[in-house]
Design a protein around this ligand. Structure first.
Ligand SMILES: Cc1cc2nc3c(=O)[nH]c(=O)nc-3n(C[C@H](O)[C@H](O)[C@H](O)COP(=O)(O)OP(=O)(O)OC[C@H]3O[C@@H](n4cnc5c(N)ncnc54)[C@H](O)[C@@H]3O)c2cc1C
Length: 528
């Protein structure tokens, strides 16, 4: 892997535009199959949103700076590429602090669920019914996941073929009907409803009752990974995922050039040319039989010569905070912080608050009460802290919902407001303010990094800062879809035959799954 060196060849079987984790998956599969492969990455390192970084000067902790958990990457993909990668389970699935009648408590969902989970539902809801509804609901979700998960590394199944394998009421409740209606019909408690709903809103700006069903698709992606939907922690941080993939690609013979920002792809019959500018060096062009676009579809259209189209540009919708703490804060509920922060800790994510926050943001305001979730990565994997971290040091990552990029572009104060509200949503449940626990960096500043969507775009070239490169698709082919070419059968086609999508914007590409990269590679191999 190197910076701006000239390409070894003038013509490749495959050129991959973007060295995100998906581009590296394509590179590894194709190079292992004996094809000549060149990866071009605009930044000085690969990985895109799947990287670890030393975010705070003078502190050696390496945080997963953007994405932090893995669920959707199939074990089969890890095995097929021989990746040296460890994913570890979190001992807590989730903890949701609540306040009722001035009383502080918390809804604990263990992994695996045991008596403490049942007791925790009883303490919140006063009976057994809500936990029974929870168990019935997730058994239904498991039925859908069991049908979808085995198809993820095969050509796209049709909607009809999947529907036939799933009970009709489950398909209706999860796929056809707005998820909010289902949640309202199946759960009574506002907090429980919210815990269920949040998986539908990660990076997705939609009402739970939206007819677009964007929220249903986001929900499905959060629950089908490997058939269990378990979100695991990459040991060593997200950078370890990218390092393993880059190693697999390079060892198989792929060539990677970093600091190579592609500015044009010109396609014809039977091939395409890719042009890039490298780190002050000369402009370079190579030819390829196939070009795989790890960039978002919206970016690809510009590289293919279209004018940027503001109307179709994706809009990201998350506030991301990274923090380094001197110690974990104590909770007003009295729960052990090492248990509560070990899983997803939901903040202001009651169902009614989620919908109110959506309405605020849709009206152009930073939500009065900001829903979001925090998670302490270093409880599951202390190795990311570094050798010189003082005892007690922990990381904390916050992912805020319903903060569309449009809130921040014209109002310079909106980011500060959003960060303050995010911290306030945590403080509501703490026995000591979070600020008193935040560590200082080498310059004496608080170790707190905040990124709104346009900053994610500036860092990663994800258009609009949309974490999935655009709204998610169902991971199957609509019943009337044309499935004539390999690219169509794998859900990676573009309007130009030699150019395929290989990133998050491919039909099944969203999140850290490698599926976009896998599917594009399979389509290329089938056309040989
Ligand atoms: C804050 C945040 C938190 C997230 N959390 C999670 C999580 O916990 N779990 C999860 O599964 N997913 C998460 N996601 C989503 C997930 O990270 C992405 O969907 C996934 O990483 C996309 O991978 P990719 O390889 O398709 O694209 P990217 O990671 O976007 O990589 C694309 C690459 O293309 C490069 N590029 C762009 N333009 C050009 C050009 N013109 N020339 C050359 N190179 C170019 C970019 O620099 C980048 O390296 C999160 C995302 C964000 C931003």
């Amino acid at each position: 892997m190197s910076n701006a060196h000239p390409p070894r060849q003038q013509r490749y079987d495959v050129v991959i535009v973007g060295g995100g984790h998906n581009g590296l998956v394509s590179a590894a599969y194709l190079a292992r199959a004996g094809l000549s492969v060149l990866v071009l990455e605009r930044l000085d390192h690969v990985g895109g949103a799947a990287v670890s970084a030393q975010a705070f000067p003078g502190r050696s902790t390496r945080l997963s700076r953007y994405s932090y958990l893995v669920s959707l990457m199939p074990t089969r993909l890890v095995d097929e590429l021989g990746l040296d990668l460890a994913l570890t389970s979190r001992s807590t699935a989730s903890y949701t602090p609540w306040v009722r009648d001035g009383r502080h408590g918390g809804l604990l969902v263990e992994r695996p669920e045991g008596p403490a989970t049942r007791e925790s539902f009883r303490a919140l809801t006063g009976g057994e019914e809500e936990y029974a509804a929870w168990q019935r609901f997730y058994a239904d979700v498991e039925g859908l996941a069991a049908a979808v998960a085995p198809t993820l590394m095969e050509p796209l199944p049709t909607e009809r073929s999947l529907r036939e394998q799933v009970e009709a009421n489950v398909w209706r409740d999860l796929v056809e009907r707005p998820l909010g209606e289902t949640i309202e019909a199946r759960f009574a408690d506002d907090t429980v409803r919210g815990v269920v709903a949040t998986d539908a809103l990660i990076g997705t700006f939609a009402s739970l009752r939206a007819d677009s069903l964007e929220q249903n698709r986001c929900f499905l992606y959060h629950l089908i990974g490997n058939g269990t939907g378990e979100w695991r922690v990459p040991v060593g941080g997200m950078g370890a995922v990218t390092d393993a993939l880059a190693r697999a690609a390079v060892e198989a013979g792929a060539e990677i050039i970093t600091s190579a920002g592609v500015h044009a792809i010109r396609g014809g019959d039977g091939g395409a040319e890719v042009t890039w500018d490298g780190d002050g060096g000369p402009r370079r062009t190579v030819a390829a039989r196939h070009v795989l676009a790890n960039v978002a579809p919206w970016v690809l259209r510009i590289l293919l010569g279209e004018e940027p189209d503001a109307a179709t540009k994706p809009v990201g919708s998350q506030l991301k905070l990274n923090l380094l703490l001197d110690r974990l804060p104590r909770l007003r509920s009295g729960a052990d912080p090492a248990v509560a922060f070990a899983g997803t800790l939901h903040l202001s994510e009651d169902y009614s608050r989620l919908e109110a926050a959506y309405a605020d943001a849709a009206a152009g305001r930073v939500p009065e009460v900001l829903p979001g979730e925090v998670y302490c990565h270093s409880l599951s994997d202390p190795s990311i802290l570094g050798d010189d971290a003082p005892a007690g040091t922990q990381t904390l990552t916050y992912f805020g919902l319903h903060t569309p990029g449009t809130l921040f572009t014209d109002d310079p104060g909106a980011k500060e407001t959003a960060v303050a509200r995010a911290l306030a949503s945590l403080d509501e449940h703490l026995a000591e303010p979070i600020e008193s626990c935040i560590a200082r960096d080498g310059n004496g500043d608080l170790c707190l990094e905040a990124k709104v969507p346009h900053e994610i775009e500036a860092d990663l070239a994800m258009p609009g800062g949309h974490i999935f490169h655009g709204p998610l698709d169902w991971p199957w082919a609509p019943s009337r879809a044309r499935l004539e070419t390999p690219a169509q059968r794998w859900g990676v086609q573009t309007e130009l035959e030699p150019v395929l999508l290989c990133g998050s914007g491919a039909r099944r590409g969203g999140a850290v799954s490698g599926l976009g990269g896998h599917d594009a590679a399979q389509a290329v191999l089938e056309t040989r």
